[in-house]
Unconditional design. Structure first.
Length: 319
């Protein structure tokens, strides 16, 4: 896998990617400004514990670390195999689960569940809440001595949901016949070649995806981006996709938003983590709120009720 060697390298892919934040007040000002701008939930955020990390999915990391390209003819074969394994697991339990909740049985539904339970998938987690992206960034942060300046920082990334690149597959489906006749790349190599540059946004308004059945995703304001590349992190895949898009789609669809950068980034000094943790607690954001445990439902509800009684009486169950 590839890593950033310096903060400055990130400016090739992200707005403000080469900048750092070392002051807590400056950080809070930026967070509140972005939160206000995102009142309509039009921006996606992702927190990462290391600024040097590129935006790889868990399946990409497995593919590259274990050199699985030596064992599979195509990346898509591994993806389909894992989905099939999920479908057949425990006598088709996941299939029954999806049907019980009236969810459509499609690959994205299975990938959502696989992602939630820690299986490697081509999905990358995002959230519509910048404060929650901060929580994810610092949740398992590494305080090991830094070998370079970039290791003193963690990062928050953001993307605009309406970026046309995230909806490219729909355009291919709608326009594939027309483009196959007119575009040199598609004429020579077919639609499959173009689809290798595909990125797809899946959020909690997607009816087919039905991710509202996942309580964690609800509490996390979660969304996913599907990256079909086995090797290129999201930021590099975006540039590939954008180049292709501009070659054959932009002239026909000038109204679409196709930003130069994949999105924005700000790199935050790890020395601010303690203050950030206090700030998030003041917003009601902690491990319990991010990862709701239904096993605590009985205890927590009764605890609240006993507390209400105790404010009114000194009798049982207060004693």
């Amino acid at each position: 896998m590839q890593y950033y060697n310096s903060i400055q390298e990130k400016s090739d892919f992200f707005i403000s990617g080469g900048e750092t934040i070392d002051n807590f007040k400056e950080l809070i000002f930026l967070i509140e400004e972005l939160s206000e701008r995102n009142s309509k939930k039009e921006t996606l955020f992702r927190g990462q514990p290391e600024a040097k990390f590129m935006l790889y999915s868990s399946l990409q990391r497995l593919w590259l670390d274990k050199k699985l390209y030596n064992h599979y003819e195509k990346y898509s074969v591994l993806i389909n195999n894992l989905i099939d394994n999920c479908k057949s697991w425990n006598n088709g339990l996941i299939n029954k689960y999806l049907k019980y909740f009236s969810s459509n049985e499609n690959e994205m539904s299975y990938l959502s569940i696989m992602q939630h339970y820690g299986l490697p998938t081509p999905l990358l987690d995002f959230t519509l809440d910048i404060n929650k992206s901060l929580f994810f960034a610092i949740e398992n942060i590494d305080y090991s001595p830094a070998n370079s300046e970039i290791e003193n920082y963690f990062s928050i990334y953001y993307m605009i949901k309406e970026n046309a690149i995230l909806h490219m597959s729909n355009l291919f489906i709608e326009k594939s016949i027309e483009y196959a006749k007119s575009h040199e790349l598609l004429k020579n190599k077919g639609l499959e070649t173009a689809l290798q540059f595909d990125m797809v946004l899946i959020d909690n308004t997607d009816i087919e995806y039905r991710i509202q059945n996942n309580l964690n995703i609800l509490n996390q304001d979660g969304a996913f981006i599907f990256n079909s590349s086995p090797t290129d992190p999201l930021e590099k895949q975006y540039l590939n996709t954008r180049e292709l898009f501009l070659k054959f789609a932009n002239k026909k669809h000038p109204e679409l938003q196709i930003p130069k950068e994949v999105g924005g980034c700000f790199n935050i000094n790890k020395k601010l983590v303690d203050k950030i943790t206090e700030y998030l607690r003041s917003k009601g954001i902690n491990r319990n709120s991010i990862y709701p445990d239904l096993n605590r439902l009985k205890f927590d509800c009764l605890k609240i009720e006993w507390k209400n009684i105790c404010t009114q009486s000194s009798r049982q169950p207060c004693k």
